[in-house]
Design a protein around this ligand. Structure first.
Ligand code: GLU
Length: 445
């Protein structure tokens, strides 16, 4: 197989949500795994709803996720090229003007339905003579332009869904150009895919029907269509549509909550596949494991609880070098490798390290029960001499055990609570040298 060229084609009409990220990610993993090329196409033909700010944030989100592109372009800069393609289709007799208003089309649909026929456009406009058209236009009507489907069955072997067929006689000739001359998504997408040499169109299964018409346009303009892969829908953990909750599931939102890019990517890469969902720390690993053949056809369930667990697992294993800058931002005192290694397994997010900074380096609130007061007050005398190290905790507790007869929970818990104010937390062996002799003695009272 020659190296694939793929594109991710979002419309900059809102923030990137997990559904789009999955499409972007699958395109990225497939192309990178095969040494191919990933192109970012900005589908901003809808000039009213697309904004530059959305485009900027979209690019920022993709970059943060690590889904870097080899090339990017905007459809809004290419209207002249779409005009040329439209002219070519007109010359071929495949693009025809139609004048029905939205109301008239609605009536036609209702009549067809009441007669038990599918609501397919009846192609009345194909019978208009030049004189008819001139008359309609003289009355002030402007045409919209429809692509003339062949009426044959279009077939392709979908990389996810297997053999697919769309009977083009069962769908309306798609409108490619509106009355005001603006383009719907269908034609620009094909024109761009041909020009960019796209080898694989990978997108959501909501585009399966479009593919029937688009494959015919590909054939008309370029001679052949790319391979197609349509991904099953992404739904919520309870099976509900994700789109209703887009807000809370935008990449920006997840990022602000402290979810790591690789947690999102690890989750989305494996959802609805035959692989287990496990944390991966690089996209390269995910790319090596990617295959269309692993993707099932059932809707994939996006579970935020799983995302949280993946995130925690990734954070627990993060080396200091990977988090140093972010720790320094949390608190200058957190810029300390021994600190990170001590607390990371207690952190579901990197920001969870913050309270530990204060507990370890700042003012802890020692918690000493009445029955432990004497034990704690005497404990300092048994602290190993010299600078505290990783071995000090066990030396100290062994000495205390011998001196007091305390053991197990009765020995360790009062010390932990006196030193950190908490019943749970990082290994005391690692924490003790970080607190340091002076503060340990102070906390013991
Ligand atoms: N802008 C289209 C969308 O977001 C692109 C679809 C495609 O990948 O062809 O649905």
């Amino acid at each position: 197989m020659t190296a694939p060229v793929v594109r991710f084609a979002p419309s900059p009409t809102g923030r990137l949500h997990v559904g789009n990220v999955r499409t972007a990610l699958v395109n990225w993993l497939f192309s990178q795994g095969q040494g191919g090329k990933f192109i970012l196409r900005i589908d901003d033909t809808d000039l009213e709803r697309s904004t530059k700010e959305n485009e900027r944030v979209l690019k920022e989100d993709l970059t943060w996720l690590g889904l870097v592109w080899a090339d990017t372009f905007n459809q809004s800069e290419r209207f002249g090229i779409y005009d040329q393609a439209a002219d070519k289709l007109r010359t071929m007799g495949l693009l025809y003007p139609a004048y029905e208003t939205a109301e008239e089309l609605d009536v036609k649909r209702k009549i067809a339905q009441s007669r038990g026929r599918p609501p397919v456009y009846d192609r009345a406009a194909l019978n208009l003579t030049a004189a008819d058209r001139a008359k309609l236009e003289a009355s002030g009507l402007k045409p919209h332009w429809r692509f003339k489907l062949s009426g044959a069955r279009v077939e392709w072997n979908d990389l996810v869904r297997g053999p697919q067929g769309i009977d083009t006689s069962s769908v309306s000739d798609p409108v490619l150009i509106r009355e005001d001359g603006s383009y719907l998504y269908t034609l620009p997408s094909v024109v761009d895919d041909i020009e960019a040499g796209i080898t694989h169109v990978v997108r959501g299964e909501d585009h399966v029907t479009n593919s029937g018409a688009q494959i015919e346009i590909f054939m008309a303009l370029g001679g052949k269509a790319p391979e197609m892969a349509h991904m099953p829908l992404l739904v919520g953990a309870d099976g509900s549509a994700l789109s209703k909750r887009i807000g809370s599931l935008s990449v920006g939102e997840l990022r602000a909550q402290g979810i790591e890019a690789m947690a999102i990517c690890s989750h989305l890469a494996k959802l609805g596949t035959s692989d287990n969902i496990e944390p991966r720390s690089t996209l390269v690993e995910l790319a090596a494991e990617f295959s269309f053949s692993k993707i099932g056809r059932a809707p994939a369930r996006f579970d935020e609880t799983d995302l949280e667990s993946l995130n925690a697992a990734l954070v627990h294993a993060m080396p200091f070098s990977a988090v140093q800058a972010r720790l320094a931002e949390l608190d200058p005192r957190a810029d300390n490798e021994a600190f990170w290694v001590a607390v990371r397994e207690n952190c579901a997010r990197i920001s969870s390290a913050k309270p530990w900074v204060e507990i370890i380096f700042g003012k802890a609130a020692p918690d000493v029960a009445a029955e432990d007061k004497a034990f704690i007050a005497g404990a300092g005398a048994h602290l190993p001499t010299g600078e505290l190290t990783g071995a000090s905790w066990s030396e100290w507790t062994n000495a205390l055990k011998a001196a007091t007869g305390r053991k197990g929970k009765g020995l360790f818990m009062p010390l932990r609570k006196a030193l950190t104010g908490l019943e749970h937390g990082p290994e005391m062996g690692a924490v003790l040298p970080l607190i340091g002799r002076k503060a340990v003695l102070e906390r013991l009272g």
